[in-house]
Ligand binder design. Structure first.
Ligand SMILES: Cc1cc2nc3c(=O)[nH]c(=O)nc-3n(C[C@H](O)[C@H](O)[C@H](O)COP(=O)(O)OP(=O)(O)OC[C@H]3O[C@@H](n4cnc5c(N)ncnc54)[C@H](O)[C@@H]3O)c2cc1C
Length: 420
């Protein structure tokens, strides 16, 4: 596929689909964006809004698995697992454990950095064009530790960041209090990564990009994609619930829902949902100025347009199990430990909760590359914990692949064939 003005169907209007569609349109293609829902209502809706170039540390690190029993035993802990789901999770878990070997982790971090290092710079022109520059602020990201032992335990992760060119400033307990007087006095250590940014409204950010895409001539159709018409290894059309959309190329950017679509094209990928939650407090008593992550609790407090968002936790329970809202309430308890001035109780109308599906591969890397059955379909999914931060470079890379250009970043590490 190398001719501009071909029709490209982008499947999924989350942050990855919308940025990809925008870059494709800029290359001169006809682009149609397909999603049964309005843009930005999947996982891109309720995340912590962090655009962290520093998020190069894979979820599976040497020793991660040793923490699991403690995390599972702690009712306020960052991880939960529904036992009935364990047999289904097992194959993914085995790959996850294998991915945590030191030499693999170093390679994964390097690959992630290629997507993350210029994430903000790559997204900024799209946001400026959409008149939405206010939706991305580059004020840094603060990570806080309750104990120096906790900080020591994470030295391997900080070394990985340093190895990838990430710099930071460190603060002791009393300096932290000067930085944010509302923070609990329990924190002993803080680390500020200045290159990182955040959005005050991920949903509005995706919507602003989608609106600009439509204004520029892109088409958005409220259609669920069911499959592909492929003849002699060439894509003819994308089949939807109500119609077939003729297309010369397609991008699968449907987040966690990409798995069955890729399977139809001959790629059985170990994509698993790491379910996460948020709880928002409208008009909170106190709020940080920039996102603050509690390294032990593994949650982020992000100041947002509509209130203070506490987001995090990982729950393994599959795609269809109902949410366990207790996991969101746990975040409120954690937030009170971070900011003691937050009230003990809130009227329900000041709170809102949300659950979303991080689309995760066991090696913490997304899938970016062409389908087995046809090179006309390109995958762009599986961004796990860092989809907001990686989306722009992913989108630009996919547009380069579809235009027949050599991508500016090395994509081998993201190959759909790496699990074969
Ligand atoms: C609690 C939590 C906190 C997070 N915090 C951060 C953070 O701070 N920073 C960060 O970078 N990342 C964060 N993430 C991860 C990030 O939210 C995701 O990686 C990202 O939103 C994935 O985007 P996506 O476009 O791939 O998927 P989605 O946003 O889920 O979009 C997929 C779209 O595909 C559509 N779709 C599904 N099936 C079909 C079909 N058959 N046909 C057409 N369309 C279809 C869906 O309706 C949906 O709109 C967090 C995630 C969670 C859960």
């Amino acid at each position: 596929m190398s001719n501009a003005r071909n029709t490209v169907a982008v499947i999924g209007a989350g942050i990855v689909g919308v940025t990809t569609a925008s870059f494709l349109l800029r290359k001169g293609h006809e682009v149609v964006l397909l999603d049964p829902e309005r843009p930005g209502e999947g996982t891109s809706f309720g995340n912590a809004g962090c655009f962290n170039g520093s998020s190069v540390v894979p979820m599976a690190m040497p020793g991660t698995i040793r923490n699991v029993p403690n995390w599972l035993a702690d009712p306020l802990g960052p991880l939960s697992l529904r036992l009935a789901y364990l047999p289904s999770l097992m194959p993914w878990l085995i790959r996850f454990i294998r991915a945590g070997r030191p030499e693999k982790v170093a390679a994964q971090a390097r690959a992630l950095r290629t997507l993350l290092a210029h994430g903000i710079e790559t997204l900024t022109p799209l946001l400026q064009h959409a008149g939405a520059s206010d939706l991305l602020q580059r004020l840094g990201h603060l990570i806080v530790y309750r104990t120096l032992a906790g900080w020591q335990k994470e030295q391997a992760a900080w070394k990985l960041r340093a190895d990838n060119g990430i710099t930071w400033d460190e603060f002791d307990g009393s300096e932290l209090r000067q930085l944010d007087p509302n923070l609990s006095r329990a924190y002993q250590k803080g680390v500020l990564v200045r290159e990182n940014g955040h959005t005050g409204n991920p949903h509005r950010l995706v919507n602003s990009l989608a609106a600009a895409f439509a204004r520029d001539g892109g088409r958005i159709l409220r259609q669920r994609v069911l499959g592909f018409d492929v003849v002699d290894a060439r894509l003819k059309a994308v089949r939807c619930e109500d119609a077939a959309v003729a297309a010369d190329a397609a991008v699968v950017a449907a987040g966690i829902w990409s798995k069955p679509l890729a399977a139809q094209l001959g790629d059985r990928l170990p994509l698993e949902t790491e379910r996460g939650y948020h709880i928002m407090i409208r008009a909170p008593e106190v709020s940080p100025r920039i996102p603050v992550a509690d390294a032990d609790g593994k949650f982020v407090a992000t100041p947002m347009e509509l209130g203070l968002r506490l987001a995090g936790t990982v729950e393994f329970a599959g795609l269809t199990a109902p949410p366990n809202w207790r996991r969101a309430r746990v975040l409120l308890e954690q937030a009170r430990l971070m900011y003691p001035a937050l009230a003990g109780d809130y009227a329900e109308d000041r709170l809102s909760t949300w659950m979303g599906h991080r689309p995760s591969l066991p090696d913490s890397l997304p899938v970016i590359g062409t389908a087995r059955k046809t090179r006309d379909v390109v995958y762009a999914f599986g961004h796990g914990h860092v989809g907001m931060a990686c989306a722009a470079v992913t989108g630009k890379t996919v547009a380069e692949i579809i235009a027949g250009e050599t991508p500016q970043i090395e994509v081998a590490a993201f190959s759909p064939r790496r699990f074969a």
